[in-house]
Design a binder for this molecule. Structure first.
Ligand code: TRP
Ligand code: ZN
Length: 900
């Protein structure tokens, strides 16, 4: 293999496809060794296109068998194939092109196109996998009606599924049978799917709100039928929610979800035939944690919601990816928040929604902020790419969702809904751009706010990097007036730094939610635009702006960026006392959490500096008191307290340290955890006792929140005094009635415990669950991230017979967890972690470039690390780059990392 040519695709180069392909008939003779695909395309040259314009179809890893036009075979000289493009010239303005080709599913370790997982066949076409199945115009703006005939042996493939409706089925000679599927909705080829195998099914029938009966189905491996109840119930909840909140109804008679054991990502929204990573389908109390249940509901929702945001209205080109992903993540976040808040009074609902917001913001800060500060920084609508597979990023997804959320904030719930209605009214059935979406929202915004528009707001789609907003407060005691000044900075990041003219980018439209508290922690009423509220929304659209509030007798304490109203970093000269006051009193539960996190962050950073200087570490009483107050506050529910009492993650902390020194950060964080564990031991023990969940297991927010607080208490107790609390962990491990409690106990034992009991628990867990791959993934992941796991221990785990790099979930559980979530192990002083990383990237790249490229990103931010680490990281990147035969995917990542 040779390194593939790096070709950069630019957003500005978009040209419409010269031909329409209104329909496609596909026939598959399914065989894992060699599958023959017959494709019959109806072709229509677009008006105004010159007659000699070739029809260019993409293909990859295909063996071409024959080409015919209107039934006449084309001789080999009648077409050309070069660089993966099949070109046909001299076609009539309208014709039928028939192409026969072969592919080899069993040899396809990339898991793109048609591949084998277990005993079944699956497809994955987004973004550019359809070209691995047949020659086609593999781009999202070419939309066709599909008729799909699947043929295979009944013994191996009793089930033959594709998109849409089953229109015919029957036996064939030699033990074979066939099924014919028709999808009534024109779609881009990235939404094509087929599944063939022997799977079991759980189903239900329900009626849509306009009164149509629909069939919902969840398919999975035989033997896992008891694990699909939650997924199916989540699917029905998703259907109801999209009707209630957005007025969007299922447009199919049948909606199928299929679980695959080998899958590159989370799941895929193929029209009517979603294919899922089994990790986001299968759950029962013995094998799935509360976090798993939550993730399944969210991903089921996400893929279901794509049926409108992505499928009915799709992307014109892949630069518009955030059009569907940012919007659909926003929708799944709101779905989860609504499910969590369901049936609760106003205060409890606000707390539940805050819990979801906290989780999402924590993810954004841990995954997207570093991306936006590194060599892969890109706007949510990228300007260029080499490999589109590398742009399914936290920026496109999670920051993209924040950009949608800001539009929701600016328009309000009713205005946003009106904008969505307008978007579907204008674009149903089309392939469109991010600008088209903002245009629809802007039409509503202009009505709501005459004279204003979203022109400054649109820069969020254009500019990379996390803006910084600094805040100053000027209080005039005599006038009882407080002036708030917001100033924003948008410095160049990543590749932008190479352009000397772009050191500072223009200001963005930032919705900034603010509250003010009096010195006793009471909310001050604030008047803005004639309305008086406890939270005001300041719209910062220039570099700097001021707002003045009256009737503020004493210097207030600001509550900033409530609910994280924009994806920015706030700079404000906090005192620890102000943070402690907010952490005890802020009426906005999100901002209250934030204050505690900021207090802890300052303490950890101060201790990291002490650690580097060889000075003794110290826990400030302000923090301990704040943690005690939160732990004891009876008005806070358990789920919220579990978040508020968790220390910021090492990844979030790293964004605040320059240069980054992970071992120092880990030492400082561990120290504080141990101090909090020790000094608040009595309170943790009380929380542990008070938050037991008796009776039948339920993943509902109430009991899940109690388990979270209980297991957090156990972790703190063990961190504070392992010897005194190990028996508690051992007892919990043995008596656990669900996976959340079992994992909580095992994690405490593996990370803090000592003696034979630790090894025994690890062995016991393996023995109990060796038949369940998803649980064994948890077993690998827990050990890969454990405090004591160094490179040698990671290698020893890889030698386990259950380990394989070929299964992405397994590779992620061990190799990715070690490289991305075990900073101490990866950054070992002798550089062994970096060698390990380079070796695994290359090994994976030979099998699965999409997955390898994600591992490659572990070194993205090498230039920001402490000098002793930086050189080792850079050298490891250099070794990967020098490797012959690198995939386009990995080549793009390492080149960008090294070229900053
Ligand atoms: N569109 C899918 C989603 O967001 C994810 C996806 C994109 C994907 N490319 C993929 C999944 C490749 C698996 C493999 O839901
Ligand atoms: Zn998606």
């Amino acid at each position: 293999m040779r390194t593939e040519q790096a070709v950069t695709v630019a957003r500005g180069d978009y040209l419409p496809y010269p031909y329409a392909i209104p329909s496609i008939a596909l026939e598959f003779d399914l065989d894992p060794a060699r599958t023959r695909v017959l494709s019959r395309l109806s072709i229509e040259r677009q008006p105004g296109v010159p007659a000699d314009t070739p029809l260019a179809l993409k293909g990859e890893d295909l063996a071409l068998v024959s080409v015919a036009v209107d039934g006449s075979p084309i001789a080999e000289g009648g077409y050309t194939i070069s660089d993966g493009v099949l070109r046909l010239t001299g076609l009539p303005a309208a014709c039928e092109v028939e192409i026969v080709s072969d592919c080899r599913p069993a040899e396809n370790s990339t898991l793109m196109g048609l591949y084998v997982s277990g005993a079944s066949l699956f497809t994955q076409c987004e973004a550019e996998g359809f070209r691995r199945i047949t020659w086609f115009a593999d781009r999202p703006d070419v939309m066709s009606r599909y008729r799909v005939t699947l043929r295979g042996t009944r013994a191996d493939y009793p089930l033959l599924l594709s998109n849409g409706n089953l229109v015919d089925a029957g036996d064939l000679p030699d033990g074979r049978h066939q099924a014919v599927w028709e999808d009534p909705h024109p779609k881009p080829c990235y939404l094509f799917a087929l599944v063939a195998g022997n799977l079991t099914c759980r189903e239900l029938r329900t009626r849509t709100r306009s009164g149509r009966d629909v069939l919902l189905q969840v398919y999975s491996d035989p033997g896992s039928e008891s694990q699909t109840e939650w997924a199916l119930a989540s699917l029905e909840r998703s259907l109801r929610w999209d009707e209630d909140r957005f007025g969007l109804e299922l447009d199919l008679d049948r909606f199928m979800v299929v679980a695959a054991r080998d899958f590159n990502m989370g799941a895929m929204e193929n029209k009517g035939l979603n294919i899922f990573n089994a990790a986001y389908v299968l759950a029962d109390p013995d094998t799935a944690t509360d976090a798993n249940y939550l993730a399944i509901e969210a991903v089921i929702g996400h893929e279901y919601f794509h049926n409108w945001t992505g499928n009915r209205v799709t992307c014109r080109d892949w630069f518009q990816l955030s059009l569907k992903e940012g919007l659909t993540v926003f929708r799944d976040q709101e779905f989860t928040a609504d499910m969590m808040a369901r049936g609760q009074d106003a205060a409890a609902a606000a707390s539940a929604r805050a819990v979801k917001r906290i989780d999402d913001v924590a993810t954004l800060r841990a995954a997207q902020f570093p991306e936006d500060a590194g060599p892969m920084a890109h706007p949510i609508r990228p300007e260029s790419y080499q490999e589109i597979g590398n742009f399914y990023t936290a920026t496109v997804y999670e920051k993209g969702a924040e950009v949608i959320r800001m539009q929701h904030t600016l328009l309000g719930e009713a205005g946003f809904r009106a904008g969505m209605d307008e978007y579907f009214r204008r674009h149903d059935g089309q392939a469109v751009t991010c600008d088209d979406f903002v245009d629809a929202m802007e039409s509503v915004y202009r009505d709501l706010h005459p004279g204003r528009d979203l022109s400054v707001f649109r820069r969020w789609y254009q500019q990379a990097g996390t803006p910084r907003v600094s805040v100053t407060l000027d209080h005039d005691a005599a006038a009882q007036r407080c002036t708030v000044t917001l100033s924003q900075r948008n410095p160049a990041v990543g590749v932008e730094k190479q352009d000397a003219s772009a050191q500072e980018k223009p200001p963005l439209h930032i919705p900034f939610a603010l509250g003010l508290l009096d010195p006793q922690g009471r909310a001050l009423p604030l008047t803005l635009d004639g309305k008086t509220q406890e939270t005001v929304l300041l719209e910062l659209t220039t570099a700097s702006a001021q707002w003045t509030f009256e009737n503020i007798p004493a210097q207030p304490i600001p509550s900033l960026l409530r609910d994280f109203s924009a994806p920015v970093i706030v700079d404000y000269p906090w005192t620890d006392a102000a943070l402690a006051l907010l952490s005890a009193h802020d009426g906005n539960p999100f901002a209250r959490w934030e204050a505690g996190q900021e207090l802890a962050t300052r303490q950890i950073l101060a201790n990291a500096a002490r650690h580097q200087a060889g000075e003794p570490l110290a826990a400030d009483p302000t923090l301990v008191d704040a943690w005690r107050a939160t732990l004891r506050d009876p008005k806070l529910d358990a789920a919220y307290r579990a978040r508020a009492l968790m220390l910021p993650s090492e990844k979030t902390l790293a964004e605040r340290m320059q240069p980054i020194d992970p071992p120092a950060l880990a030492a400082a964080r561990d120290f504080l955890r141990a101090e909090l564990g020790r000094q608040l031991a009595q309170d943790w023990r009380a929380a542990y006792q008070d938050n037991q969940t008796e009776g039948a297991f339920s993943p509902a927010p109430g009991p899940a929140g109690r388990r979270a607080l209980k297991n957090l208490s156990l972790a703190y107790l063990m961190a504070g005094d392992a010897a005194a609390n190990q028996a508690l962990a051992e007892t919990q491990y043995r008596g656990a009635a669900n996976m959340t409690d079992r994992m909580g106990a095992l994690s405490a034992l593996v990370n803090e415990g000592s003696g034979d009991a630790v090894g025994q628990a690890i062995a016991d867990f393996h023995t109990r669950w060796q038949h369940d791959p998803l649980v064994i993934d948890k077993w690998f992941a827990l050990q890969a991230t454990a405090r004591g796991t160094d490179v040698a221990a990671a290698r020893a785990l890889m030698a386990h017979p259950a380990f394989t790099l070929r299964n992405p979930n397994r590779a992620r559980a061990l190799v990715f967890q070690f490289c991305l979530n075990n900073a101490r192990g990866l950054h070992a002083a002798d550089g062994a972690g970096y060698d390990f990383w380079a070796e695994q990237v290359l090994a994976l790249d030979a099998l699965n470039p999409e997955v390898a490229a994600r591992l490659a990103r572990a070194m993205d931010n090498w230039a920001r690390y402490a000098p002793a680490l930086r050189t080792g990281m850079q050298a490891a990147l250099g070794r990967v780059r020098a490797h012959a035969g690198l995939s386009r995917n990995v080549a793009e990542i390492v080149a960008k990392a090294l070229d900053i």
